[in-house]
Design a protein around this ligand. Structure first.
Ligand code: TRP
Length: 334
């Protein structure tokens, strides 16, 4: 708890270009949580270097992501928006937690197995201990809730296991975090393959809508979106392409699937796809405008980066000192 509020932590990586899936599935929902919780939203750049990155590109993308958090509506005065690499407590707590995490546990992580297969030439120790850094992120702020996608649930589970293990030895040190599964955290699928999640690392750019795509590009991608031969707009698992388009349409307009089905009853897929494209453009346009405005105000963003790093560091250090004392590190002399 901070004051009378529960603490929320989440983070995103600045690798790749954020997609509509990231926005509708995560970022948009984060905005609705900031009144209820004391929120920490990190740009987790330390996680990003588990895979080789071009330094200039990583730096640029990290800044773009941080800006996007704000453009999406997260008030940086209320929400602690910061770079993970600016708060050294993440790495320091991670080291300690490493000593409370078993190789066998990490070996079971499906994301590690996937990434190791994908980057067979660079299976580094950071890729292996990635979940421990994530545990450190969360536990450092004594987070009560963590909004995560289904693909990160296993990492949240191991975070809980590590925290419980630590608490069993040293007493109540860490808050045990819970997953926050949003109500409308729509899982957006690829426009080209509705069996696959819309991903920033998709090789086929037509499958993903990038948040900075211009209107023409957005419309063109929706025109090409994969549908089916059923020929009617229905929200059904048997029509995954149409279902995904309905999810997108509803997330953008606030309508329910039933309302949308009625709206497009008896109308063709072509017309429906155009409407979805336009609804997306209506959401992206103001977002892109805010990004542009923020980019013009370098000093403002710099101030946010500096102040929020300090704020995050304050809470992080509080937990870290407690943990260091528990494990037997000598007290600092001032
Ligand atoms: N691993 C997460 C992802 O790739 C990002 C992340 C890092 C995170 N630390 C976190 C998410 C802590 C939630 C809480 O999506």
């Amino acid at each position: 708890m901070i004051g009378d509020k529960k603490v929320l932590f989440s983070g995103m990586q600045a690798t790749g270009t954020l997609t509509l899936g990231n926005y509708l599935g995560a970022l948009k929902n984060w905005v609705t949580l900031s009144d209820e919780y004391e929120c920490f939203y990190s740009v987790v750049d330390m996680h990003s270097i588990t895979v080789r990155q071009d330094p200039a590109t990583l730096r640029k993308r990290a800044r773009a992501l941080l800006t996007l958090y704000i453009a999406a509506g997260l008030d940086p005065e209320k929400n602690c928006i910061y770079y993970q690499s600016h708060v050294s407590g993440h790495a320091e707590l991670m080291w300690i937690l490493n000593c409370f995490t078993y190789m066998g546990e990490l070996n079971r992580m499906t994301q590690f197995k996937d990434k190791a297969a994908k980057h067979a030439d660079n299976i580094n120790a950071g890729l292996f201990t990635y979940p421990v850094l994530m545990a450190a992120d969360i536990l450092l702020y004594q987070a009560d809730v963590v909004p995560v996608g289904i693909d990160q649930m296993q990492h949240l589970e191991i975070t809980r296991d590590i925290a419980i293990r630590f608490n069993n030895i040293y007493g109540d040190v860490f808050t045990i975090p819970e997953a926050y599964i949003g109500k409308t955290g729509a899982k957006i699928m690829s426009l080209q393959d509705p069996g696959k999640k819309m991903s920033k690392s998709d090789e086929n750019p037509n499958g993903s809508i990038y948040l900075m795509d211009d209107p023409d590009t957005v419309i063109r991608k929706f025109k090409r979106a994969v549908t089916d031969s059923v020929g009617c707009v229905r929200y059904s698992d048997e029509q995954p392409g149409i279902k995904n388009l309905l999810d997108i349409y509803c997330a953008c307009t606030g309508k329910t699937p039933a309302e949308a089905e009625k709206e497009f009853d008896g109308r063709g897929y072509g017309e429906f796809k155009m409407a979805v494209g336009e609804a997306v453009v209506d959401v992206l346009k103001p977002l892109q405008q805010r990004v542009e405005d923020l980019n013009r105000d370098k000093a403002y963003i710099d101030g946010i980066i500096r102040d929020n790093a300090r704020k995050a560091d304050y809470y992080a250090t509080k937990t870290l000192r407690k943990v260091q004392k528990k494990v037997g590190f000598p007290e600092r002399i001032r």
